[in-house]
Design a protein around this ligand. Structure first.
Ligand code: 6PG
Length: 478
């Protein structure tokens, strides 16, 4: 029996993807560096569908129909290169290697280019939804050549989550486009998680609402425009009581958040692209600050608070809900704007409506909001920024007073809300008629003759600051 696809790397994610493929009627050849994992999977879940047991990569390759599809699910970085190195001599032109891990998109671009020279397809696919999603339907973001998608897409679309009968999987674009979009997905994920954390802190420290009560508030929020996987699981986390102590679970967990790195990658890439993803960046920095436990300890002893004794308004819970909505929307707007910049930089034809659509189900940032975002980008006239789509322009205008009240109250009370407040600053920065950047241009021209443009004339100018301060036309030296 020849298998439709091979999977190598059978830790939880690889095993679950293999099982998902088998459950959907595909014959899956299994391979793992140590055969015990393969056997354990077969012993436990062999009934999920048709599997082919293999012990070596050669056996795996031999068991596949052509063009061969080999999916690698190993740790991002060197392990991926090592598996590719071993696989490559065993494959024939036209075969497809798929990397379903959280690889950096630049690695994917490099690997794709190297393998293309050998007539092999290399497809980096972003897979979101955690272990559960991998088994029951993830959101899938495949890059690589269009040709490889033709051979691979039908399998991926079948195992992906479906919303309104549509698979949460579509060809994203060439080379590293799939992994890039997955990376930005994770950046938005970080911001989304952080704004929920900020809402929790505001409700507790500002309004004295205990976690169990907040769980109910979050459940309520999950019925409206905030409905999303992350709000849903936050209600569960907040409602959970520690069995050992009887305390709220969130009070016994160390408040230092780690990261595997995709959020950080998003911000590094945003900086390189000159893309203002301030909310995403603040969420990465917030995790970093949370992990500076020693400094935090010292700061509690050394640094003054100077908080103002302000009462939180009556409407506080609803205000926080609205501010959360606005900040979340800005994170999506920034992430999608970054995709637009990346598309230009890397020559990808990224379709934002399709991307928003495939985030509607299966993935960690799945949210009700994505339906409207999909619609906004499917319109004949695409908004230059998500916030310019009429539905969102209106939605933000409505929540703006609450958003300002919440940020102002947080500042007065000394509650850090880096994403709530930076999102508002982004919003205000975007719509500001004159930004202080003109002063910066003046400073740059003074100390470095970096030149400037004028509002009333074409060209580039320089003021002779050290002489008579007259202005000359200049060659742009940036
Ligand atoms: C997903 C997730 C997943 C990712 C982490 C993020 O979309 O299923 O984004 O791919 O690995 O859950 O982990 P860190 O918070 O450790 O970066």
């Amino acid at each position: 029996m020849s298998a439709h696809i091979g999977v190598t790397g059978l830790a939880v994610m690889g095993a679950n993807l293999a099982r998902n493929l088998a459950r959907n009627g595909f014959t899956v050849a299994l391979h793992n560096r140590s055969v015990e994992k393969t056997d354990a999977l077969l012993a436990k879940h062999g009934d999920d569908g048709d599997f082919v047991r293999t012990e070596t990569l050669q056996e795996l390759v031999d068991s596949l129909e052509k063009p061969r599809r080999v999916l690698i699910m190993v740790k991002a970085g060197k392990p991926v290169d090592s598996v590719i190195e071993q696989l490559e001599p065993l494959l024939e032109p036209g075969d497809i290697i798929i990397d379903a891990g959280n690889s950096h998109y630049e690695d994917t671009r490099r690997r794709e280019a190297a393998l293309a020279k050998k007539d092999l397809h290399f497809v980096g696919i972003g897979v979101s939804g955690g272990e559960e999603g991998a088994l029951n339907g993830p959101s899938i973001m495949p890059g690589g050549s269009k040709e490889s998608y033709d051979a691979l897409g039908p399998l991926l679309e079948k195992i992906a989550a479906h919303v309104d009968g549509k698979p949460c999987c579509a060809w994203i674009g060439t080379d590293g486009a799939g992994h890039f979009v997955k990376m930005v997905h994770n950046g938005i994920e970080y911001a989304d998680m952080q704004v929920i954390g900020e809402a929790f802190d505001l409700l507790r420290s500002g309004a004295g609402i205990e976690p169990a009560e907040q769980a109910k508030i979050f459940e309520e929020w999950n019925k409206g425009e905030l409905a999303s996987f992350l709000i849903e699981i936050s209600a569960e986390v907040l409602g959970h009581v520690d069995a050992k102590t009887g305390k709220p679970f969130v009070d016994v967990v160390v408040d230092a958040a780690g990261q595997k790195g995709t959020g950080r990658w998003t911000v590094i890439s945003a900086l390189e692209l000159g893309s203002p993803t301030s909310g995403i960046a603040e969420s990465v920095f917030a995790r970093a600050l949370s992990s500076q436990t020693e400094q935090r300890q010292l700061a509690q002893e050394l640094l003054a608070g100077g908080e103002a004794a302000v009462e939180v308004p009556e409407s506080f819970v609803e205000d926080v809900r609205q501010a959360l909505y606005a900040s979340k929307l800005v994170s999506y707007a920034q992430g999608l704007d970054m995709l637009t910049s990346a598309a230009k930089e890397y020559g990808w034809d990224l379709k934002l409506d399709e991307i928003a659509s495939l985030w509607r189900g299966g993935c960690i940032i799945r949210a009700e909001l994505l339906k409207e975002i999909t619609k906004a980008y499917a319109a004949a006239e695409k908004p230059a920024n998500l916030l310019f789509a009429p539905a969102f322009t209106k939605a933000i205008a409505e929540v703006l007073p609450a958003w300002r009240r919440v940020v102002a109250t947080a500042v007065q009370l000394g509650i850090p809300v880096p994403v709530f407040s930076s999102s508002l600053a982004y919003y205000d920065g975007l719509r500001r008629k004159r930004l202080p950047a003109a002063v910066i241009q003046g400073q740059r021209d003074l100390f470095g003759a970096h030149t400037y443009g004028r509002v009333d004339a074409e060209g580039t100018f320089h003021t002779l600051w050290g002489e008579d301060k007259s202005e000359i036309e200049a060659v742009d030296t940036h």
